[in-house]
Design a protein around this ligand. Structure first.
Ligand SMILES: *[C@@H]1O[C@H](CO)[C@@H](O)[C@H](O)[C@H]1NC(C)=O
Ligand SMILES: *[C@@H]1O[C@H](CO)[C@@H](O)[C@H](O)[C@H]1NC(C)=O
Length: 901
């Protein structure tokens, strides 16, 4: 780095370092070799934290008054005035920027001080979720109930870590980048309050430079505070995403500081418009050049490939302590377009932007992006690159099942792989900003995203949710969210609200919607935005505002059929036609559909004759076991079976498609049994095992796949002679069912039906098989047999070779099988997992929403014949890992994992 750029306090420190070299050297970590790329370093600091949590306020600090705090309202030190300035970069009107008051609140709290002895605190690595290992609250009316997952997410958590500043860092600007911390994160460095960010799902940056000192004894302390009743689902607790130190020259590209738009896109050419935001912390103005090269990005290897085009060099003069926007445009020939799989390819590019001061490169910044067109249309739905894409989507919560909220790239990737197998092409990020790594995966794997930020605005849904901070933070949260995510080609639209209470407040609610929509458009004029509606109807003000209609449940109808007629609550005839009539030019998508609920592999009798029915204790529900029948006909009170949703879509072909509630079971919100821990709505269960419904969606979404799937299983010793309906999911149009060789009749698919059902089958042990046909030709077969008793444990890893970095995971499934190897579908065998070699079991699960054994337990009962162990290598250690599953009287299972070369 050229010395003339060292224009702040660091210049003095650099001089001091030269003068006192020998004294300082003992404290130094090895300097990095001189950088040829401007010296930007994004250093992961996930390792080596100390952590402590208190259920109750341990320090007399608070972001702001809160309804749950009672007495604490009157005694706690309110830090809000010192935190608000952290969002100034995202408030467009400079007159509204917050000025930091004098003083250093919290500086006297022992946890922020260097001298505090944290040796008794837990040693943790990030991402970290303090609540996931429980224990679960199983009593009635616990502090955290079923809605939030019955896990100890509440309280105040403190994280502490040392930071090092090497001589090569002198003169640099050093930022703390927190990808997500739940919630009300407040940061101190060396006893100084730096700032914070209340909304736990957003990412934020703080400038540490003024508080850092040379050497390795910088004390970082982060306080997070999760109120009870702060969510309608399991939030997790703590710093649950990655944390980084970003070190840059004082003149550098800002946070989320690039934006690339593609225009006039065809396979022959496209125009790229680039905006680079440059900022300087220097005391005098800086003349800089901006030079950007575009390279191919290889999605499979994650590597930067050949250079394809360069933007013309742009120059600017950046005023002292200011930000400056630099623009450039270039035409690219024969662009490789990004599009969703399987019909299109997710081609990506990476723009490498260099800031130059004279001939010196002073910063380098990479932006991944894709070139594509997205059109949302009232008649044709969604088109990408001119090709219609029917939205076959799911809603996704941020938790990763048994490993909780702590983000793990492999766990997220496994989920996306399973969703691709299902035929899913779209994910709605319900109802908060996701980890950016999940968006990277969606870009690379070719999956569309509806990116969503808020579950409430001014009107709350729980006592302490986002509504408490909406007035102060909506602009900062919304702008930082859109800026963070807008280069991801997978994102086809923004959702700035989900089922908000403002649907009920007519013009007042519509005005808030308009205000939020305007912010989104200012930050990203290229995409349409929406806020979902489960109450507002076409004649109300709410749908007038949004660019496209994001309809939850109302499209297929809510409580509109006989089976639901005795239920209270919102009732709607199917509203797609009325919406389309009122807003013929607005795309309509079912952003939440179905809310079908079921427990994998569990069947409750008798079976409803309806094609969609609400679950209750006498129809589809088992209140004792807290199970819901997996005939896949039972729904939440406001929901519909998949079959009913498919019919509504087929009758209204202008509808762009649906996003099912939900792709995978998630922690919390266990409708209909709130004494359980996790939801029943997934197509996959919490462990990632396929429910029967998987094959119903797969048959529709991948019609060329030779699917045939029979339910239920055929082990019913107490149902001999009793009516036991058999249903079949297939992409075929005819099916013939045989029970012990005897035909139960060949059926043709009727209009607007999506399953074959033989509701009068009488159970006798033996074999059930189905032969399906398409266009008169045999299509696919399936069979289920009555098995013998459980005899063996069969283990299968999703991958037997994984990286030994302590992050990569192997997901190991145990199937309980009989002597012949047939799957024993009702087995609830108690299984003990063990590991030999340099590995460890991270978590176990079985997908049963009512299983209250800690996810950390090495003992797990199979549920409906299956259990899961999630295993990783201890970082850096060599040699194979053997994972064993044992159960009394059964042949043990074994799987060997080797480190990825
Ligand atoms: C604490 O403050 C909140 C927010 O102002 C308020 O709703 C609540 O009633 C207060 N609690 C008490 C005990 O005063
Ligand atoms: C359960 O739902 C069915 C409709 O599927 C209804 O006929 C029955 O009355 C309901 N039972 C109760 C107890 O609400």
């Amino acid at each position: 780095m050229a010395l003339r750029h060292v224009t702040n306090a660091w210049g003095l420190i650099l001089v001091w370092l030269f003068l006192s070299h020998q004294v300082v050297q003992a404290n130094l970590i090895l300097p990095k070799p001189p950088s040829t790329d401007g010296g930007r370093v994004k250093l992961n600091i996930n390792a080596g934290w100390k952590f402590w949590r208190s259920e109750f306020n341990p320090d007399g600090l608070i972001y702001d008054q809160r309804p749950d705090l009672g007495e604490a309202n009157f005694t706690a030190k309110i830090l809000k005035p010192w935190i608000l300035p952290s969002g100034n970069d995202f408030i467009s009107d400079p007159a509204k920027h917050h000025v930091r008051p004098a003083g250093n609140p919290g500086g006297d709290v022992k946890y922020v001080q260097k001298t505090f002895d944290d040796s008794t605190w837990d040693a943790v690595d990030l991402p970290h979720d303090w609540a996931i290992n429980g224990p679960f609250y199983t009593e009635e009316n616990p502090i955290i109930g079923g809605g939030m997952g019955r896990l100890p997410v509440h309280g105040v958590g403190w994280y502490r870590r040392k930071l090092s500043v090497a001589p090569t860092d002198a003169g640099k600007s050093i930022y703390l980048d927190v990808d997500g911390a739940l919630s009300y994160a407040i940061v101190w460095l060396n006893g100084n309050l730096v700032g914070g960010w209340p909304y736990g799902y957003n990412s934020f940056r703080l400038d540490l430079t003024p508080y850092l000192k040379p050497g390795n004894d910088n004390q970082l302390a982060i306080r997070v505070d999760n109120p009870p009743n702060s969510a309608r689902w399991y939030p997790g607790g703590g710093i649950y995403r990655n944390v980084w130190l970003t070190k840059v020259s004082p003149t550098h590209i800002g946070q989320s500081g690039t934006y690339i738009i593609s225009k006039d896109v065809s396979t022959k050419s496209a125009t790229l418009d680039l905006v680079v935001q440059v900022e300087t912390k220097a005391k005098d103005s800086q003349k800089i050049d901006v030079q950007t090269d575009v390279h191919i990005f290889d999605s499979v290897t994650g590597r930067t490939g050949a250079k394809v085009v360069s933007f013309p060099k742009a120059s600017a003069s950046v005023q002292a302590s200011e930000k400056q926007t630099v623009k450039a445009s270039v035409k690219i020939n024969n662009p490789r377009l990004w599009g969703p799989v399987p019909a299109q390819k997710p081609n990506l590019y990476v723009a490498v932007t260099r800031l130059l001061s004279g001939r010196d490169v002073i910063d380098t910044y990479e932006t991944r992006f894709g070139i594509r067109t997205v059109v949302l249309d009232g008649t044709n739905g969604l088109s990408v690159n001119g090709k219609k894409v029917v939205i076959q989507g799911i809603n996704n919560h941020h938790d990763l099942g048994a490993i909780g909220a702590a983000f793990n790239t492999r766990a997220a990737e496994r989920r996306l792989e399973q969703l691709l197998e299902l035929g899913c092409n779209t994910i709605r990020m319900s109802h908060n900003p996701p980890a950016t790594e999940l968006l990277d995966l969606a870009d690379q794997m070719g999956i569309l995203v509806l990116d969503e930020i808020f579950d409430s605005w001014e009107i709350g849904k729980t006592a302490s949710d986002f509504f408490l901070i909406f007035k102060d933070w909506h602009e900062q949260d919304l702008r930082s969210f859109v800026r963070r995510d807008r280069n991801h080609p997978s994102i086809f639209g923004w959702s700035y609200g989900n089922e908000v209470g403002e649907q009920y407040t007519d013009e007042a609610g519509a005005a808030i919607s308009q205000m939020l929509k305007d912010i989104v458009h200012e930050e990203d004029p290229t995409r349409m935005s929406t806020a979902s509606e489960n109450y507002a109807t076409p004649d109300m003000p709410f749908p007038r505002i949004v660019d496209f209609l994001s309809i939850n449940y109302q499209g297929a109808g809510i409580r509109d059929t006989e089976a639901y007629s005795n239920l209270a609550g919102i009732a709607r005839q199917p509203l797609y036609p009325a919406y389309h009539a009122n807003f013929p030019n607005k795309m309509i998508v079912g952003s939440e559909t179905a809310s079908t609920v079921s427990t994998r592999g569990t069947y409750v009798f008798p079976v409803t004759g309806y094609s969609s029915a609400p679950v209750n204790d006498t129809s589809g529900g088992d209140p004792v076991g807290q199970k819901v029948s997996a005939y896949e006909l039972y729904t939440a009170g406001f929901g519909s079976s998949p079959d009913k949703v498919f019919a509504a879509d087929d009758k209204n072909p202008y509808v762009a498609g649906e996003m099912v509630w939900t792709g995978v079971d998630y922690l919390g919100e266990p409708t209909p049994y709130y004494s359980a821990r996790s939801s029943y709505s997934g197509i996959l269960d919490l462990a990632g095992f396929k429910k029967d419904r998987f094959y119903l969606y797969q048959s529709r979404w991948r019609p060329d796949l030779r699917t045939a799937h029979i339910l239920p299983h055929w082990n019913w010793p107490d149902r001999v002679g009793k009516v036991t309906p058999v249903h079949v999911f297939t992409a075929g149009d005819e099916a013939e069912l045989f029970v012990n060789g005897k035909s139960q009749g060949r059926q043709k698919r009727a209009a607007y039906t999506y399953r074959f059902r033989w509701d009068d089958v009488v159970y006798q042990p033996g074999e059930v098989y189905v032969v399906t046909y398409k266009n008169g030709k045999e299509w696919a077969r399936d069979a289920v047999r009555t098995t013998g008793p459980a005899a063996q444990l069969k283990m299968t890893a999703d991958r037997t070779s994984i990286k030994n970095d302590g992050l990569d995971l192997s997901f190991i499934t145990v199937e309980v099988v009989d002597r012949k190897g047939d799957f024993v579908a009702q087995a609830d065998t108690s299984i003990t997992f063990s590991v030999s070699g340099p590995g460890e079991i991270v978590a176990t699960d079985n997908g049963d929403p009512a299983d209250m054994v800690s996810f950390a337990s090495k003992e797990r009962k199979a549920y409906s014949g299956l259990a899961l162990a999630i295993v990783r290598f201890k970082p850096g250690q060599k040699g194979a890992v053997t994972v064993t599953a044992t159960a009394d009287g059964l042949v043990r299972g074994k799987v060997v994992l080797t480190p990825h070369p």
